[in-house]
Structures are given as C-alpha cells and as structure tokens.
Write a protein that binds this ligand. Structure first.
Ligand code: IPM
Ligand code: MG
Length: 357
C-alpha cells in the first residue's frame, strides 16, 4: 500500500522522538512491502520562528490532504510571550478541529516489564492496568470563547464551555464501540453535580448506552475518577469524558503506567485519516540531548497503522518489537532502573527498528 504521511516534528524533544518513529515506520514499510511517503510540515513554535505563524495555511492544507498525520509535540517557554491566538498549542488545536478529530483515544496500559516504574503500590499494579480514555477533542472549554476584560478596575477572564448533543453523542458512540472490542465496560466521567454541560453529557451518554445493552455502563464524577485511577485502576475499561477532564485525567492515567513517555494516542473523526501523537509534551528541559523516550511516538505510529491504514499485523510488529526491547533490558532515562541498560533516544529507535519482522 502507498500512504502519504504528514510529519510535524514540532518543538522541544519533538524532532528527536519523531525521527525515531519514522525510522521504525520505514523499517515496517521495507519489511511488509509498503510505500510510506513522509512529508515534513512546520507547526508550533518552530513555525512561529520561521514563518511568524504557528500554523501556516500550507501546513494545514497538507494535513487535510494526508492519509494521516504524525506529530511530536509543540510549545515551550520560549513562546510564552506570543499572542494567545498564535501560541504553538493553537496549531495543534486548529489541526484537530479542521480535521474534525473529535475522538482522542489514549490507552493506559502497563508494560509488565515496567511495573516497578509505576508509582503505585505493587498490589494495585498487579491487579492490572489496562484501560482507554476516550477524550472528546474538539469541543468544550478548549473551543469556547476566551476573553479577558476590565471589570471594576480589575481584569476578569472568561472561558466558555459549551457542548451540543451531537458532539456528545458521537464521542459516546466511539467509547461504546471501543468497549465492545475490549472489556465491554464504559464509565462516563463528568461533573453533573455542578455543570450544565455535564448534566447534558450524562443524559446524552445514557441514551447512547441504551443502544449498547451488551456494554456495562456507569457514571462517575470527575473528582472521584481522579481518585479511583490511583486507588483501583483495574476497575476501568473505557472512560469517556469531555475535552478538559480528559486532558487532565489522561496525564494521571499515563503516569500510573510508569512513564508518560510510553503512551501513544490516536485522534480520529468520521474519516480514516487521523492524527497520532504521544500524549506527553515537548519537554524543553531535555530537548536536544538525545535522552527522550521515543516509545510513545513509535507506538503512535503503530496506532496509525492499525486505525487509519488497517494494517493490524504491521502494528502488532511494532508493539512486539517494543516489548522485545524492554524484555532485553534496554531503557531510556525516564524508565531506567538498576541493572538495566541505559540507551539514548536514537539507540532506542534503532533497537526497535532492528526488531521489526
Ligand atoms: C494534550 C496537550 C494539549 C491539550 C496541549 C498541548 C494544547 O496537553 O494533547 O494533552 O491540552 O490537548
Ligand atoms: Mg495534555
């Protein structure tokens, strides 16, 4: 198969980790006889530096035309002072929105080789951590009006959270479909004891749940969910939640698996083209040192193969290669422990690529 993949390396450690993921995907293409064409486009802080805009129109057009997009990370303190509408993060939000990528799936799964890296107690980890966060990605407070005005001699800021029925319905459907292929359990997370958006959320998800009698459905308040994720993560299969809650809870969920550096994500809409990115940020503090963990990005490539290109065997080959490298004791700094072999970002990419078969 021939696929056109747009690559956004972005900022901070972005270029380093994406280079390794591309390396692994090229190896997959060679072994399985595919032609992957990678085209790099500028977005984020580096695009501000180069073109004065966080997302040049040409970059967006290429994302929209691509079979899929692979992204590293955008942002960093260097661009803290830029206009809020041109911040590096805006590039990401605009691409998600323009491509209609409303469903962001973020797996929280512990690699058995890394169970000691989890900050949770052994008995909690041993009970199992394997769930997926289905985060609504192009609605809610991220996309409502943001403004700061003068009121009574001081500044006042407002961010509007809005959700319409159809926006909730479509992400709920993705959550239930995902659960059907897994443990058949959906927990809908909201703050319906306070927010109208959450009350509508709860009502709409319940209606969708009624169409999936084979999937167990329950609801949980977001504050309780934050607690349950560290107390008893084994209870979860699929968590469906709105944009900002999902942003926050997915960082928490990733950390209990040992390292945020290991977790990939997929963002999809109604088409097959999506955007795939690790869930971590640009980590400017370690950028350029070749010590970042590229596995989250490499596994994002695996998700692209499975979800956008329908290449399950190729995707599994990447996951197996990662697992083998971990079995052999290779670790980047973030997941290093005594007795293991410390490797750089590029060495990790080489090791995984060499094990693709
Ligand atoms: C994420 C990130 C982004 C988000 C930022 C960079 C805008 O934290 O993908 O989780 O909040 O969605
Ligand atoms: Mg986040």
């Amino acid at each position: 198969m021939e696929k056109n993949i747009v690559v956004i390396k972005g900022d901070g450690i972005g270029p380093e980790i994406v280079t390794e993921a591309v390396k692994v995907m090229r190896k997959v293409a060679a072994v399985y006889g595919h032609a992957f064409r990678f085209e790099e486009v500028a977005a984020g802080g580096c695009a501000i530096d180069q073109f004065g805009q966080c997302l040049p129109q040409e970059s967006l057009d290429k994302c929209l035309a691509a079979d899929s997009v692979l992204l590293g990370a955008v942002g960093g303190p260097k661009w803290d002072g830029v206009d809020k509408n041109n911040r590096p993060e805006k590039a990401l939000l605009r691409i998600r929105s323009a491509m209609g990528l409303y469903a962001n799936l973020r797996p929280a799964k512990i690699f058995p080789q890394l169970s000691s890296a989890s900050p949770l107690k052994k008995e909690i980890v041993d009970a199992g951590i394997d769930f997926v966060m289905a985060r609504e990605l192009i609605g809610g407070i991220y996309f409502g009006e943001h403004k700061t005005v003068e009121v009574g001699g001081e500044e006042q800021a407002t961010d509007i959270m809005a959700y319409s029925t159809h926006e909730i319905e479509r992400i709920a459907r993705v959550a239930f479909e995902t659960a059907r292929k897994r443990g058949k359990k959906v927990v809908s997370v909201e703050k319906s004891n306070v927010l109208d958006c959450s009350r509508l959320w709860k009502k709409v998800v319940a209606a969708v749940a009624a169409q999936y009698p084979d999937v167990a459905y329950s609801t949980m308040l977001v504050d309780n969910c934050a607690m349950q994720i560290v107390k008893n993560p084994a209870q979860f299969d699929v968590i469906v939640t709105e944009n900002m809650f999902g942003d926050i809870l997915s960082d928490e969920a990733s950390m209990i698996t040992g390292s945020i550096g290991m977790i990939p994500s997929s963002s999809l809409g109604d088409g097959t083209n999506g955007m795939y990115e690790p869930i971590h940020g640009s980590a400017p503090d370690i950028a350029g040192q070749n010590i970042a963990n590229p596995v989250g990005t490499i596994l994002s490539g695996a998700m692209m193969l499975k979800y956008s290109f329908d290449m399950a065997a190729e995707s599994d080959a990447i996951e197996r290669a990662v697992s083998q490298v971990l079995d052999e004791g290779y670790r980047t700094t973030d997941i290093f422990s005594a007795g293991m072999k410390l490797v750089s970002c590029s060495e990790m990419g080489d090791l995984v690529a060499a094990r693709i078969r």
